[in-house]
Ligand binder design. Structure first.
Ligand SMILES: Cc1cc2nc3c(=O)[nH]c(=O)nc-3n(C[C@H](O)[C@H](O)[C@H](O)COP(=O)(O)OP(=O)(O)OC[C@H]3O[C@@H](n4cnc5c(N)ncnc54)[C@H](O)[C@@H]3O)c2cc1C
Length: 395
């Protein structure tokens, strides 16, 4: 495997870099750079910019409106979009449901929903987790009973990210309670404006409103909103999760974070010397950089495998674990570098050195706390280790 980029790939990198320099609006770039809040309007506008260029659904097949990229192009795009302080795309429609519909959906579902995802007509959220069914997802209890040509859904989902913005939710529901847990689950699409759907906010530790509870009380959904076969939703659920895990690795964002930490360490002084010259601090940054370099190569290798097999395999769990651990480590290094200035009340501590810090220190505490989630969602890192021991080590 040759891991050097070809001249064509380098030319593509330049094209992506130029595109972001010319098209990413300043307010969106600043919100990402400063760790500020990205609104629904920001995200819709950003998606529309990418869609106009044909670069929104980077993993979709060309026949469905994807750009026809291979893993290397996707990798370059990821690096360059992060370096430009572009946001991550909202993954629920584009990276999760889109690939599911392309593989398991009916022609009617593909024709109706996929263009709506691209055009931003629908904002999707993910209804997998429930109170009592997170890691042990197959024990989910939300019930869907068929009545004529409708499903009647009762139950509760939780941790529903950005559900407050969504008009559609894809749900795992129990359609047969009398068989082995995994064999009685179906995958159903629900319009959130249907009577009986209620969204309630959950406040996170840093004060943000990112996740929700979603309640279903006698929610009536057309039968044809079932994706794939009845009681075969577990296969779809697993397929979707492998796509979720690849995106979570966030290699490009960690590269940016590393660069910022290095810049910060040159500006901040401790005992009259730049922090970068503190051997303990420097060693910690160096270790993070070595891990990140190894992770970049692993990411590339897995992207090649995904292209050969048509879909990412269980080894994406490695990306999920390493990607989130490295990113959390970098955020912790940054927090320690900032010292008291990383406190959640930025106005209360003044250090003139920080005026020249690259970005975002005012929101450092919020970013640090918010980022705790990445080793939990998409299947916790402990669960990823279980998957690896079973599927790759055969234990
Ligand atoms: C910010 C955030 C956003 C989320 N967004 C969504 C969303 O949009 N949609 C959605 O459906 N879900 C979402 N989730 C839910 C997420 O997928 C679950 O939190 C996750 O699967 C863990 O489940 P749990 O919270 O119930 O924890 P539990 O399953 O109760 O786990 C608690 C702890 O026990 C460990 N553990 C559990 N079982 C095992 C085991 N067998 N072996 C070893 N260790 C184990 C876990 O690793 C964890 O540390 C989100 C979660 C967070 C925090």
């Amino acid at each position: 495997m040759d891991l050097n980029f070809t001249p064509e790939e380098e030319a593509f990198r330049q094209e992506v870099r130029d595109f972001f320099a010319e098209n990413l609006p300043d307010d969106i770039r600043d919100a990402v750079r400063n760790g500020g809040e990205l609104t629904k309007e920001h995200m819709e506008r950003y998606h529309a910019i990418l869609n106009k260029k044909g670069w929104l659904a980077t993993t979709w097949a060309e026949e469905f409106g994807g750009p026809g990229w291979g893993p290397v192009e996707r990798h370059i795009f990821d690096e360059e979009s992060s370096a430009a302080y572009a946001p991550r795309i909202v993954p629920f429609g584009l990276s999760m449901l889109g690939p599911v519909l392309q593989k398991f959906g009916s022609k009617e579902q593909q024709d109706y929903y996929l263009p709506r995802i691209l055009n931003g007509d629908d904002w999707w959220c993910q209804g997998y987790s429930e109170p009592g069914a997170g890691s042990d997802l197959a024990s989910l209890k939300t019930r869907a009973v068929r009545e004529g040509d409708e499903w009647v859904i009762n139950g509760q989902k939780t941790w529903t990210t950005l559900g407050q913005h969504a008009n559609m939710i894809f749900c795992l529901v129990r359609t047969d309670p009398d068989v082995k847990q995994q064999e009685g689950i179906s995958f159903i699409l629900v319009d959130m404006s249907t009577p009986g759907v209620e969204v309630r906010p959950i406040k996170l530790i840093e004060g943000g409103h990112e996740v929700n509870e979603v309640f279903f009380t006698d929610v009536r959904v057309p039968y044809e909103n079932l994706v794939g076969e009845e009681n075969k939703g577990w296969t779809i659920a697993k397929y979707l999760l492998t796509h979720e895990r690849t995106g979570i690795a966030g290699v490009g964002f960690s590269m940016l974070e590393l660069e910022e930490v290095k810049q910060l360490a040159k500006k901040i002084t401790r005992n009259g010397k730049p922090l970068a010259e503190d051997p303990l601090f420097a060693a910690r940054v160096a270790q993070a950089e070595i891990d990140l370099e190894a992770m970049k190569l692993t990411n590339l290798r897995m992207l090649f495998t995904a292209q050969k097999q048509g879909a990412p395999g269980p080894e994406t769990s490695i990306l999920k674990i390493k990607g989130t651990v490295i990113n959390q480590e970098l955020k912790d290094i940054r927090r320690r570098a900032l010292g008291p200035a990383a406190a959640p009340f930025p106005g209360s501590f003044k250090d003139s050195n920080l005026d020249v810090a690259p970005s975002g220190h005012a929101n450092n505490a919020a970013r640090y706390f918010n980022n705790r989630k990445t080793s939990i969602f998409g299947g916790s890192n402990e669960i990823q280790r279980n998957i690896l021991t079973k599927t790759m080590l055969g234990l």
